[in-house]
Design a protein around this ligand. Sequence first.
Ligand code: F6R
Length: 247
Amino acid sequence: MEVVIQPSTAAAVELVAEIIAREVQARPRPVLGLATGRTMESVYTRLVQMHRAERLDFSGCQTFNLDEYVGLQGTDKHSYRHYMNRLFFNQVNIDLRNTHLPHGDARELAAECERYERLIHETGGIDLQLLGIGQSGHIGFNEPPSEANSRTRVVTLAPETIRQNAPLFGADKMPSHAITMGVGTILASKKCLLLATGKSKAGIIQRTIEGPVTTNVPASALQSHPHCTIVLDEAAASALSAEARKR
Ligand code: F6R
């Protein structure tokens, strides 16, 4: 695991956007795994700027998002499809047909999970998977306990995650379930790139990087990934030991 600590949130975001841009430029048909959440908003803002100012070209990209809420249609303003279209896909030259999220409104959820997993496989797998981290230790919506070999499936959201995300739903009720890529699906990506910023992530980042690999901290499974980079700002890195800061 490579840990990179940047002096500010803006510098951490900039580095993550640069790593993604390099991946996009490195191959004609890049397959990106994407994440949503508050942390990622500024990453997409920066990628859109790179597209406009530096002509960063997304036309060859295929994308797979980590997760989607169960019961929400893609047109729902709280859905992750809506988030992705608004903040990223509709602002760059990506073909929307090459952008994939699980269908949270599918009638047969188990079949939808299998379809999604198969599609990732048929596309040749994910080259670079972008990740955030929840205070529960989740990556995607893999809440504790999540097995390292878990695959795309329906999960019940942890109380901590409901507390973390309910404010984004305002007066609307937040779904209690989601479809998420599994920890095993994420670990199968060729490279992983996790971004965490802010003091509220310091404790879970310390357990992810320095704690034992345990299903109770699903993000700790990344310790076993051969090409995983964790980018932090100083606040998110503030609970790390001096030794971990040097990794
Ligand atoms: C969302 C996702 C989640 C978020 C995590 C952090 O697609 O996969 O794991 O990355 O909940 O969310 P924020 O950035 O809002 O703290």
